[in-house]
Design a protein around this ligand. Sequence first.
Ligand SMILES: Nc1ncnc2c1ncn2[C@@H]1O[C@H](COP(=O)(O)OP(=O)(O)OP(=O)(O)O)[C@@H](O)[C@H]1O
Ligand SMILES: [Mg+2]
Length: 620
Amino acid sequence: MSATHPYRTLIIDDNESVHQLFVAMLSRESIHSARSQPAGLALPAEAIPAAQFPLFEVDSAFGGEQGLECVQKALAEKRPYTMAFVDMRMKSGWNGIETIGHIWRECADLQIIICTGHTDFTWHDIIKRFGHTDRLLMLKKPFNVMDVRQLAYALAEKWNLFNQAKSHLERLQNLVAERTAKLQESNESLQHNIAQYKEAQEDLRRQRDYNDEIIKGTPAMVAGIAPSGLATFVNPSVCKHTGCLPEEIIGRDWWRLFYPGPEYRQVEHLFSLLQHGPVRDYEMVLTTKTGGKRTVNWNFFNKCDEAGRPAELIAFGNDVTEQKQAEQGRRLMELQLRHAQKLESVGQLAAGIAHEVNTPAQYIGDNIRFLQQSFAQLAPLLRQHESLLRALKENTATPELVAGCEQALRQCDLSFLIAETPRALEQSLEGINSVTRIVHSMRDFSHPGSAEKIPIDLNQTVESTLIVAAHEWKYIANMVKDFQPDLPRVPCLPGELNQVILNLVVNAAHAIADVTGGDTGQKGTITISTRRRGDWVEIQVADTGTGIPEAIRDKVFDPFFTTRSVGEGTGQGLAIARNVIVGRHNGTLTFQSQLGVGTVFTIRLPIHPAQASQLEEKAA
Ligand SMILES: Nc1ncnc2c1ncn2[C@@H]1O[C@H](COP(=O)(O)OP(=O)(O)OP(=O)(O)O)[C@@H](O)[C@H]1O
Ligand SMILES: [Mg+2]
């Protein structure tokens, strides 16, 4: 027994001497030496050192009620009793059984020894009253000291063990509670994590469904292609455009399936591009299941695995077949329109040109007629002179022959003919030259147009256009030509470019006519200049016409926009001009205008069109 604290023991007995007896029986002194026992008691001493004997602190209560109070006080002080010896029969108040009942209600753990010398309660009665319990013992009077001591030791030891077990249990319970709390906590966090995980999964599922919906519903073609070339995934749009079922595509070589035979060349080119990263806006002609051809604009990018190796090629494509056809149709229409306008203007110019050719043709005719008459006059004179010359050589000349010569000379006004003939010849040659010039210009202007751009002399182009169109402007405006002589040649479509210049000159002449009132003898000025500006060549057509009102400035390039009356203008001149300059030559066509002062249209053409289009692409 190792406890050093005293075991509190309560004696409840109405007999004073019993208390003394217990004190004596349980005190260390009495155990150790019979001499230290109270007088009259002859208790046997123990042959063990007193220090090994447990220390009992004995309290006395002389009735059941007092006993209960002691128990309550001990509990309040948190120094509970280890055991209580309770007399069964007490003179007043509660008997032993009642006392035990009250005490156990307060302190159920208290070990109780019933002390009785009577047979009024049997063990059976007690069990019936309190049930089977190890906290209740019965001690018969008169007491045997050894019994009491053994009982006290045993109960003290049992109490000790009970307390140890209890505190062990408490520790265990605490540990269990602690572990349970921790488990609970980790369980809760697990639950929380599971809930979050489920939520994330749900979000993911929703997102996936959403993406699936988009991929399924999009008109764009979406496909996954393994590095081996086998198709891994296709959306319904791929099936729609290729005419194949998914199972006819998945697991098959995508490239060989849709780009068979010579079409495979497109794939080889694509692969070389893909080595440098994603490929955008790559047009490929795809062969459908039925052998049809579809033009698809593809965007390709590689999906890589965790190690960064390409795991799948993702392809997004738009079928642009119809768009392409429409574009081609539009281009064809534009071309036809340009040709139609050209033919129309050639037709319109024809009258003017006829007039321009007619004037020199007329004075060529007049001069030739003059030369014909002159020659008719000269012929007899020459004959007379021929006859005279022959007679002189043969020495047969007669005065009649000389008189005939004089007569012929007088008739033909030789000095007039000598003076006028060279002038008539000169004028005829001039006329021929100007007809040739017009014819050449006409040929230049109505150039059928080459499909390829060729380097041209823009000064020459402008010049011939002005000649051909002379009738359109020469009665309305004075033409000032301010050409840079060493202008570099510019790659152009000549047939289309002179059409643009004609349109601008005719517009300028109309704007001036609107100011001057037409053929009134009053003239405006059209100034055409050409200049090199860095990598560009600039042609400006400036007029002193009406100017373009603010309100229509953003409309003048619209097809069919015209302010001229029906039958006079179709509103296509500037639309075509812009299409030719911007669309076909990568140039710019702009204007500056001031009402009542005039307008300047500026054409800028790149000297190196390829560079210009690259720059444009970069800017875009
Ligand atoms: N130099 C200019 N000065 C003033 N207005 C101009 C000038 N050039 C064009 N315009 C205005 O722009 C409109 C459109 O010009 P555009 O050349 O496209 O058609 P149009 O001359 O009316 O007809 P078309 O050229 O088909 O015979 C003209 O009707 C006119 O109002
Ligand atoms: Mg016009």
